[in-house]
Design a protein around this ligand. Structure first.
Ligand code: AMP
Ligand code: MG
Length: 342
């Protein structure tokens, strides 16, 4: 479960409140629901509580619908059917799942396979839920690793079908589906004519509009001690997504094994404590945060340079903080820490 970001409510002074009186109308209301294995928060500024509730419900049902079709555990879901049948025959999936798979294929190729939704055979042997957790042996890792390769996932846009080129393959959309769901839930709210809102799934979020005329402010927690590290003033439409090694992990003989796997080695990635991506597209931000996490401090640079429009906040394993220069004006640091502006 992700606790990377929290909202910080910044109250304007009385003077500015008066000055902004024309745009300072609706106090945002916040609604919460457990979905997608985590907590979903929807914040809506609407003229009355009925409208706000209706908007939040629209967002929740959209997220629930997407969970229904993309969860690998739900019998009959798109992903469940793909994992059962796609080695034998092409499996047709919904437009939403196909869109996420196309975006995943692009992210896999751009990251040289660091991001790869066919990681599932490795995901199965690195089972963090097993008690006690024991890491798989090298032979099991080698056997699973050869089944992981996005190039062996054939996507046919003609009939939106999915096919595995090797038996034993499997997909999981955990690194990108939340970002997609955030974007769709946001669209569902905006379709009701509401401009000022936030959709947050497990700490990842997108904002729309403003908070009573001023930017929405998001806080980023420190990945180790959980205190507030910094805040970001969000532009309308921006999203912020974090991948971290603290979200889900297991410990064996004092060693921490994280939930993000490097498909190129077959082992959990040890690269950053956390990677945060700020971007206009929540699905892209979600995929990119995971990709950068796997690429690690030695390789991430090329990916980030290629996407000049994203901002990143990176914390390496020694606790060093690196932040994109493009975010400088939007960030307030709450801890006296040296930052390398990149
Ligand atoms: P995120 O929190 O968005 O970084 O997603 C992490 C989740 O993505 C994990 O819990 C796995 O379900 C899945 N995953 C792990 N490694 C990878 C990878 N290399 N590429 C794509 N998905 C992955
Ligand atoms: Mg991700």
């Amino acid at each position: 479960m992700k606790i990377g970001t929290i909202h910080v409510i910044i109250c304007g002074t009385i003077l500015t409140a008066v000055f902004f009186a024309a745009s300072c109308r609706e106090e945002p209301r916040r609604y919460t629901r457990p979905l997608m294995g985590t907590i979903v928060n929807v914040t809506v500024a609407a003229s009355d509580s009925d409208t706000a509730l209706r908007a939040a419900e629209a967002a929740f049902s959209e997220i629930a619908r997407l969970e229904e079709i993309m969860s690998p555990y739900r019998k009959g879901s798109d992903v469940w059917r793909v994992n059962r049948d796609a080695a034998a025959l092409p499996v047709e999936v919904s437009a939403d799942t196909f869109r996420v798979l196309m975006a995943s294929a692009a992210m896999a190729s751009e990251s040289g396979g660091a991001f790869d939704v066919t990681f599932m055979p490795l995901g199965r042997i690195w089972n963090y839920e097993s008690e006690p957790f024991t890491p798989p042996g090298p032979a099991a890792v080698a056997r699973a690793k050869v089944l992981v390769n996005y190039k062996n996932l054939v996507l046919n846009p003609q009939n939106r079908s999915v096919r595995f080129l090797r038996p034993g393959m499997g997909i999981g959309l955990g690194a990108i589906a939340k970002g997609y769901a955030i974007g769709r839930a946001m669209a569902a709210i905006r379709a009701l004519g509401i401009d000022d809102c936030i959709v947050e799934i497990g700490g990842d979020l997108q904002v729309s509009g403003t908070k009573q005329g001023r930017p929405w402010i998001t806080g980023l927690r420190h990945p180790r001690h959980g205190g507030l590290l910094l805040s970001i003033a969000m532009e309308p439409g921006e999203s912020v997504v974090t991948s971290g090694d603290y979200e889900r992990f297991a410990i064996h003989r004092g060693k921490r094994y994280g939930h993000i796997i490097d498909p190129r080695t077959g082992y959990p990635t040890e690269s950053f404590e956390s990677v945060t991506v700020v971007s206009g597209d929540p699905m892209f931000a979600d995929g990119a945060a995971t990709a950068i996490f796997v690429l690690g401090p030695d390789e991430y640079r090329r990916f980030v340079d290629r996407h000049g429009d994203i901002g990143v906040i990176l914390i390496d394993l020694k606790g060093n903080v690196m932040i994109s220069k493009s975010l400088r004006e939007k960030i307030v640091l709450f801890e006296k820490i040296p930052v390398r502006w990149i």
